[in-house]
Design a protein around this ligand. Sequence first.
Ligand code: NAP
Length: 304
Amino acid sequence: MTEPAKTHARPAGLPGPPPAGASALPPGTYDGSTVLVTGGGTGLGKAIAAEFARLGASLVIASRKAEHLKAAQDELAAIGCGRVMTAQCDIRDPERIAEVFDAATAASGLPDVLVNNAAANFPVPAEDMSPNAWRAVVDITLTGTWFMTREFARRHLSAGTPGSVVNIGASYAWTGGPGFAHSAAAKAGVKSLVETLAVEWGPYGIQVNGLVPGLVPHEDMTDDIRGHLDRQREKAGRQPALRVGLPREVGWAATFLASPYARFITGHTLVVDGANWQRRALVSPPVTTVREQLGRGAFGDGAG
Ligand code: NAP
């Protein structure tokens, strides 16, 4: 029997995606639709908004800071996405959310798709986390997502129209997230909402799905998150894919989940992370505490 040829080539990881501007969905998939993206002025929210717009959607991008929204509007216009309404909105404020829906509906119709992408996060050892830090992250990431989703659904329920919600999550919703106790708890709540609301609102034609990005660096990352990432040199080599994700790969997944081609998918959370969240080492690495990983001294040294 001949032995199979042995290969000693260095593994190359998962291939890269098609170029920016490409799309798996037919042109015009979102013609006549309005898509509201929270946190659409920066990072992944902006990338998600761009993919919907390339497929014909009118956009509403909503977040707190006018400068984020204006910069994204200009950037989107430069790649040919002209129909972009901006709305300053803190998603913790249900009254302001209702005003944003009113304005969006007046401008381009009740949004057909809601992408709950806005979130807050920073690494901190759990024992150093202040009550305000906990509240801020949970209020934005979980409660804000719920307030947005509630407003979207109530309007569709009273109009008798279908709709689609995509909640951007994180894989520590399943695994827990050492160093991110607030965000991991909030994202677990967001994943639970996907599963609950898909069942409650399926009969009315409202889909609710989750989408979890893996490590997807981008130029708008906050200093806290960038500082955390910068502690890990050679990011690509630490992923089973041997590369990080690209923002457009998250955008493509969002446009699929909300599209007519995914109408029977609901209550599902899709992970787009090159299998990083399922890693287990054959030989366990030594345990390093979160304090050590964040370069903090002993508890009570004043670092918290
Ligand atoms: P980012 O650039 O920090 O985006 C967060 C966005 O949320 C900003 O546009 C911010 O805009 C908005 N925002 C924050 N608080 C808000 C509030 N109270 N009301 C309204 N908007 C608010 O982060 P990102 O990396 O693009 O992350 C986007 C999503 O992907 C998040 O849900 C995150 O958890 C998830 N995710 C990202 C990665 C990654 O590798 N990038 C990995 C896993 C999960 P303003 O400051 O203008 O309000």
